[in-house]
Design a protein around this ligand. Sequence first.
Ligand code: NAI
Ligand SMILES: CC(C)CCC[C@@H](C)[C@H]1CC[C@H]2C3=C(CC[C@]12C)[C@@]1(C)CCC(=O)C[C@@H]1CC3
Length: 345
Amino acid sequence: MATRVRPSSKRCAVIGGSGFLGRHLVERLVDKGYSVAVFDIRQSYELPGVTFHQGDLCDKQALLTALKDVSLVFHCASPAPFSDDRALFQRVNVEGTRTVIQACQEAGVQKLVLTSSASVVFEGTDIKNGKEDLPYAKKPIDYYTETKIQQEKLVLEACSKEKGFFTVAIRPHGIFGPRDPQLVPILVDSARQGKMKFIIGDGSNLVDFTFVENVVHGHILAAEHLKPDSPLCGKAYHITNDEPIRFWDFMSQVLVGLGYDAPRYHLPYTLVYGIALLLWLLTVLLRPLVTIKPTFTPMRVALAGTYHYYSCARAKQDMGYKPLVSLQEAITRTVASYPHLRKGS
Ligand SMILES: NC(=O)C1=CN([C@@H]2O[C@H](COP(=O)(O)OP(=O)(O)OC[C@H]3O[C@@H](n4cnc5c(N)ncnc54)[C@H](O)[C@@H]3O)[C@@H](O)[C@H]2O)C=CC1
Ligand SMILES: CC(C)CCC[C@@H](C)[C@H]1CC[C@H]2C3=C(CC[C@]12C)[C@@]1(C)CCC(=O)C[C@@H]1CC3
């Protein structure tokens, strides 16, 4: 009779491993001695110790090939949050995650670590030191958030001692760092277009921005602490830098670091939010004729003008989490990593 070889605990897969967070996670896992299978719709780099499987996570057969002999899976794939494509979010984040869970169970994977988002509880109003027991947003601010909620529920509900399948969700917030295609590039693009002169609201709102290496650290700690009977099973964990900062101070530090002026003039939050809402309606109405991509979407205005920072006390207690890189060092390293985005370059 053939004996089934138990997958090595140092062999793992990263779904979405070609992305910003995924690649940082893969690099750290390799440093720690893991052998890694990356599964992604694209391949963006090569690295010794890493095998690449190009495919769509909605394709179970393709996933099964990548998950062969894997005991631990990180799922950090998602369409970009600013897309307006509801069907794509539903297909990838919800149906695709269902497929990931099925494939993991069929392949004999023991642990699944999902990258969720702290935004699953954000409805556009202030959150101060939010804990994981806040209810999911009843009126999510966009399709991205709506489907991240459904995705997180699916993964946490799949946790089963009977099946020997253990799941946990990591909820980061405002990830930034070298190679991020989103935060710094959008900010610099807005500054180059002369759109970063204004502070939305009085500028006192505190927000979490989390350095990518700390987010990676939280994921790996979660994977290593996820065991039968551990408190992590089926739970969500905020992972932040644990240093909330005024949204506009963070933006100003990045802008000034790259040689641009800091925003100076204040605009009332409700006025900007109202204009952003009108613009969004206009883009929806005109969509069959023209494609407009406004910089100040209602979602960005809500993120820029409200408090939203989260407690990571649960992660500290259950997995000994502590940020590895301080916010100031993280900003310095991030700014230095974008020489091509400096003013005048
Ligand atoms: N960037 C941020 O500030 C935050 C991100 N997150 C979450 O972190 C995760 C990673 O985000 P980022 O690295 O910023 O995004 P990213 O866009 O850089 O990476 C996502 C990766 O998923 C892949 N992907 C998309 N659809 C796929 C599909 N159908 N099949 C296989 N692969 C697919 C993409 O090709 C890409 O490589 C996402 O789940 C996101 O929701 C959560 C909180 C904050
Ligand atoms: C134009 C300016 C007002 C804002 C420029 C910076 C923004 C691009 C970023 C500030 C907060 C960021 C953020 C996210 C994306 C980039 C920002 C809006 C997320 C929406 C990414 C996905 C998530 O899960 C939540 C994040 C919250 C913070």
